[in-house]
Design a protein around this ligand. Structure first.
Ligand SMILES: Cc1cc2nc3c(=O)[nH]c(=O)nc-3n(C[C@H](O)[C@H](O)[C@H](O)COP(=O)(O)OP(=O)(O)OC[C@H]3O[C@@H](n4cnc5c(N)ncnc54)[C@H](O)[C@@H]3O)c2cc1C
Length: 465
């Protein structure tokens, strides 16, 4: 596809997530004005903050719970993602084995249990989030990536996870694309509509008596005796306990400044496709798909059979710059459009209706971590690195365990309780990320893992997901 044709296919794309088309307009919650006291204050109204509020309510029916959100709930990553809802809290089985071999079995089990409990919560609260547990197809683009799929199959067998290796006609019956040479289908994987997920969590929290304040950015966190005080421009919240669920925003605890970096990720959505178009690419089921490699794509169908096609570029800006304007990146959109046409020549005439971006909170080991302030009254979780849809529920439970001061299986995990390798200050940070990205791109082309990536592996550092 020529650059001109790519731009043509994007000409009418709306600059916001496709999910917003299904958004039900609910009245914005009030701003915080004046002073409020509560048992638990939560900063951030994305998946993590809202799950923390809801699960806190389950544990303490009488507690006063306040959520403070800088903008509107779901305005950041939670409303912009692909909606892949993994049976994993460790960014997959291979990552668990690589980084925490001693607790990999436990992490795999906890990930599966978390997805089961996630689904039960959806049913219990009658949350309609277009949840579909129809599996995921992992495909290899380059011949050398086939060994990665074989290794995935061996790892899954070790933990009793069902999957099927596919090649030739068997692969074509799941996806017919000249770009992919092999696949592994795993039936236990879910998809959901992230904007509906935020809206439903928010609805249930409000119904359960959680107090929500939107457009109420917290500018400072300080201690006053045994209480924690959160300051916003127009009011304060005094709380016995505080949960920080602010993802990639500048952290309220100074100790978190170097633990995650903002990486911009981009996605497109096509016009709705009819059955004949979907049959032409062999994609008849409603499973999600991801290709292999460091710079991978994720693709799925929306409720109205558009294809969401995202990933590949992972853009870091000097100084960890964050800016709403950076969520629109024509070069990345054109790259994605060209790659889509290469993967699906049968859909050459399809146009893209939406093009957007969002920030992935990237930790140097690609999984979340949790912790508390020295007095144990403030807890945080972050670092989901692109796999936070289901893991945010598990993180919320871990935050609540920490705030109750009771050691649990969740809080004792090395994955949750140890901090990832910090990112160095600039200009080293930018140089390091750029070099690593160059090495990762080279590995994608050749299959060769160079000395830099092997060095990172030895230190437990990775940007590979
Ligand atoms: C393009 C994209 C695709 C993705 N795809 C997937 C996927 O398919 N599957 C998957 O599992 N994960 C995916 N992710 C990751 C997933 O979206 C995140 O891990 C998850 O949404 C994190 O939830 P959160 O609540 O921690 O963060 P957020 O949704 O970012 O919420 C944090 C909230 O805190 C608020 N806030 C910050 N600072 C303050 C403050 N000082 N005062 C008040 N409020 C504050 C923010 O306004 C924000 O609303 C993707 C992410 C992106 C960007």
């Amino acid at each position: 596809m020529t650059p001109h044709a790519a731009n043509q296919s994007l000409a009418d794309a709306r600059p916001y997530p496709v999910w917003q088309e299904a958004r039900v307009d609910t009245p914005v919650a009030p701003r915080l004005t004046g002073d409020v006291s509560c048992d638990l204050a939560i900063v951030g109204g994305g998946f993590l903050g809202l799950w923390t509020a809801l699960l806190a309510r389950q544990r303490s029916p009488d507690a006063t719970i306040v959520v403070l959100e800088a903008g509107q709930c779901g305005g950041e990553a939670s409303g912009r993602n692909g909606g892949f809802c993994a049976p994993s809290i460790s960014h997959g089985v291979a990552n668990a084995l690589k980084r925490w071999p001693g607790e990999a079995e436990q992490l795999v089990r906890l990930g599966r249990e978390n997805l089961d409990a996630f689904e039960q919560d959806l049913q219990h609260y009658a949350m309609d989030v277009s949840f579909e547990r129809k599996g995921k197809l992992n495909v290899a683009h380059q011949p050398w990536q086939v060994e990665g799929l074989r290794s995935m199959q061996r790892n899954y067998a070790r933990f009793g996870i069902a999957c099927e290796y596919l090649e030739g006609e068997a692969l074509k019956s799941y996806l017919d694309s000249p770009d992919y040479v092999a696949g592994v289908f795993e039936p236990n994987y879910a998809l959901l509509n992230p904007v509906k997920m935020v809206a439903e969590l928010r609805r249930v929290c409000l119904a359960q008596g959680v107090q929500l304040f939107e457009h109420s950015p917290v500018s400072a966190l300080r201690q006053d005796g045994i209480a924690q005080v959160l300051e916003t421009g127009l009011g304060t919240v005094k709380a016995a306990r505080v949960a920080l669920a602010t993802n990639i925003a500048p952290p309220l605890l100074g100790s978190l400044k170097s633990k995650v970096i903002p990486i911009y990720d981009y996605a497109l959505a096509t016009q709705p496709l009819d059955d004949a178009q979907l049959r032409a690419i062999g994609w008849v089921g409603r499973y999600g798909i991801a290709d292999s490699g460091n710079q991978f794509h994720y693709l799925r169908k929306t409720e109205d059979n558009r294809i969401l096609w995202g990933g590949y570029d992972a853009i870091y800006h000097f100084g960890s710059r964050r800016d709403e304007a950076l969520t629109q990146r024509p070069d990345s959109f054109a790259t994605l459009a060209r790659q889509f046409q290469s993967a699906f020549p049968a859909l050459a005439d399809v146009r893209f209706t939406h093009a957007w971006g969002g920030i992935i909170d990237t930790s140097a080991r690609t999984t979340m971590f949790c912790g508390t302030s020295p007095n144990g009254h403030v807890a945080y979780a972050q670092g989901f690195t692109g796999q936070g849809v289901s893991a945010s529920r598990f993180a919320a439970l871990t935050l609540l365990d920490l705030l109750e001061g009771k050691p649990t299986e969740r809080t004792k995990l090395a994955m949750t309780s140890t901090a990832p390798f910090p990112f160095p200050p600039e200009p080293l940070r930018y140089a390091g990320v750029s070099l690593a990205q160059r090495s990762l791109a080279r590995e994608d082309l050749t299959g060769h893992r160079d000395w830099l990536l092997k060095g990172f592996d030895a230190l437990g550092i990775g940007f590979d997901s």
